[in-house]
Design a protein around this ligand. Structure first.
Ligand SMILES: [Zn+2]
Length: 354
């Protein structure tokens, strides 16, 4: 039942009589093309395929797209036949994860989820999918439709994915499954063949710049550095303007200027400093590896430009080897190896290439 704790708590915290006070506002996804507009139109008419996977980069707006689609399914307003209204109580409740017809499955988001609800920080367990199916079987549709949302669906255990197949084949009346995945290739072929894929498009640099400047008016001096590592993702771009990440980014850049001076253990500790629980440690390690990967990719891209000129003969080594090691470290993090160990091992391997 653990997967439903959050929904249960939310319901208790938001009595049905009160309007959606303190509710988040539903956001319209930025810079998405005709495909999403088409799917949203289908959702308004309840003609969306019953299972959809929203794919894209970390921080790239997948959950914004997922909520927009969910609101398109549920919004009762007749103002716009092609989009959710964004302002009604249903839309607000979807935005704040408080809608009774929306069931959420996710990994542990904090120590409470981990210890009390027995959720994992790494995978979605089969019990969570079974609990979700029980809830779907018990609850009738109250509004226009009901929606099962699975965040990080690519982290579902194989058994969980197999259990989900039943719902993918027979979702039930007016029931929609919306999955979110950074690495959709992790989904079983049997799952992939039953879902419509919606790819979240990266944002063009000018849109990113405009949005970050608007949302973080003080970003000024950090804007270029943020844009350089955002790679089309607004979430990552915004993250890169936060004080902590700015500092981490400086550390990464200094390290790459002179890798001979690198002290792996101290560097790994610096990257994880201030992360007091496992969830935060994992996030900090992911952030460090993302910054490292983005900076390495930049070096490699710059060398490729030189290579393209008649005089160019620059070697992409050791950058490409380091990039591979960084990617391997990101995979190790998924394999539940402690973050400090992953970062230290990755950084130790950097010294061999110098
Ligand atoms: Zn609405």
């Amino acid at each position: 039942m653990s997967g439903w704790q959050r929904e249960g708590r939310s319901k208790a915290a938001a009595p049905t009589a009160s309007p959606a006070s303190a509710a988040a506002r539903l956001s319209r996804p930025l810079g998405q093309g005709a495909q999403l507009a088409h799917e949203v139109r289908l959702a308004r008419r309840l003609q969306l395929p019953h299972a959809v996977v929203v794919e894209g980069l970390r921080g790239g707006g997948k959950s914004t797209v997922l909520k927009w689609l969910t609101a398109a399914l549920l919004c009762p307003s007749e103002l716009d036949p092609d989009e959710p209204c964004g302002g009604c109580r249903t839309c607000s409740r979807v935005a704040s994860d408080l809608h009774p017809d929306v069931h959420l499955v996710h990994r542990a988001q904090d120590e409470h989820d981990h210890k009390e609800n027995k959720l994992s920080f790494y995978v979605i367990k089969v019990d969570q999918i079974r609990a979700a199916q029980e809830v779907l079987a018990r609850h009738a549709v109250e509004g226009r439709a009901r929606v099962l949302c699975i965040a990080d669906a690519d982290t579902m255990e194989e058994e969980a994915q197999n259990a989900l197949l039943k719902t993918l084949e027979e979702p039930g009346e007016a029931t929609f499954l919306l999955l979110e995945a950074t690495r959709p290739e992790q989904l079983l072929q049997t799952v992939r063949s039953r879902v419509r894929r919606i790819r979240v498009l990266p944002l063009p640099p000018e849109t990113l710049q405009e949005e970050i400047s608007r949302r973080v008016p003080g970003a000024g001096q950090h804007l270029d550095a943020a844009l350089a590592v955002a790679r089309g993702s607004l979430g990552l771009g915004l993250l890169a303007t936060t004080e902590q990440v700015v500092q981490l980014h400086d550390l990464v850049r200094e390290m790459l200027v002179d890798p001979k001076q690198l002290r792996p253990v101290a560097m790994a500790r610096a990257a994880l400093e201030g992360a007091r629980e496992r969830r935060l440690e994992i996030d900090a390690a992911r952030t460090f590896l993302w910054l490292l990967r983005a900076e390495l990719q930049r070096e490699i891209d710059a060398l490729a430009q030189v290579e393209a000129t008649p005089y160019g003969s620059a070697s992409a080594e050791p950058w490409t080897t380091w990039l591979e090691q960084t990617l391997a470290a990101e995979r190790d993090l998924q394999l539940q190896i402690p973050p400090e160990q992953v970062l230290t091992a990755c950084l130790v391997s950097f010294r061999h290439g110098v």
